[in-house]
Design a protein around this ligand. Sequence first.
Ligand SMILES: [Zn+2]
Length: 320
Amino acid sequence: MNRETGSEPRARTIWAAAPLLLAITTALIPSFGNAASLSVDVYAGQFASVNSFLISNGNTMVLIDAQRKSREAQKLAELIRSKHQRLTHILITHGHTDHFTGIALLHSQFPQARIVVATEAIKRDIKEYAIYMDRGGATGAEPALEPALKPRSSENPEGFDYEGIIQVLGSDTLELDGGGLLELDSGHPPTEAMHMTTVYIRSLNALFLSDLGYNHVHLWLGDDIDTARMLAWKAELLRLKAVYAPQDPRIYPGHGDPTDASVFDADVRYLDDFMRIAAGAHAAAELITEMRTLYPDYREADFFLKYSAEAQVRPGDSRT
Ligand SMILES: [Zn+2]
């Protein structure tokens, strides 16, 4: 057998496959609606400098995160209504109150919008955090749970039905009705929260970091965040930087203004400074003063930095 005859069957295979390829391509065309041009509105909360994002394809919308205060969720609801488009989903990225408190108000005003999370673990985090807050488990860092979010129970049958209302997507994509695709990543290790969803929108080259990313806002390092989680957070930032920085995405952090890939190094540096200073500090006040000096223009010093320092440096700690 010579080369020519050997090549003929291969050529025939390609031509035979052509109609099949055409059929596949044609089948994919409707989902090229994913290339529908999307837009992002940022709702920057005044409390905790926490962001919500409204993603629109001009016809329908998906909301990412729901604010910490009902009064802010109300303003967010007004922004949503001003668009005159149908809100189909409210995606909660993780189980911290500054990202889910607004769901009660938004659910009452947009009952057709599905409240969704990427995984069972995030649904569990939300429920457990709400129950913890409701039982007065707050550290003082946050006021008690808002009444509308009190969990439903036999003693409180009118309470919020976390189990019934929050739905688990069970998919790593969320497609807007009418086109546009959100790619979800929930594979992050425990960092700022135990479980977190980040979102990438390829058509916009936009990366929504949730609370893996803070921009000129003091990082939340309170409660249960130990050194291992700070180190894991740092490693995850460096991993994400390696994946995304080469394509220079627009970055939407959980807290603070939209920015670019420089946020990865900035947050890594912050974590390094915080860990180093905390390890040598004898009192929370010492850590607060030094971090304020290093990061004078960062927001939430009286909230995130204060309670983070108090959690990480307790009176009588001798870490040196
Ligand atoms: Zn947050």
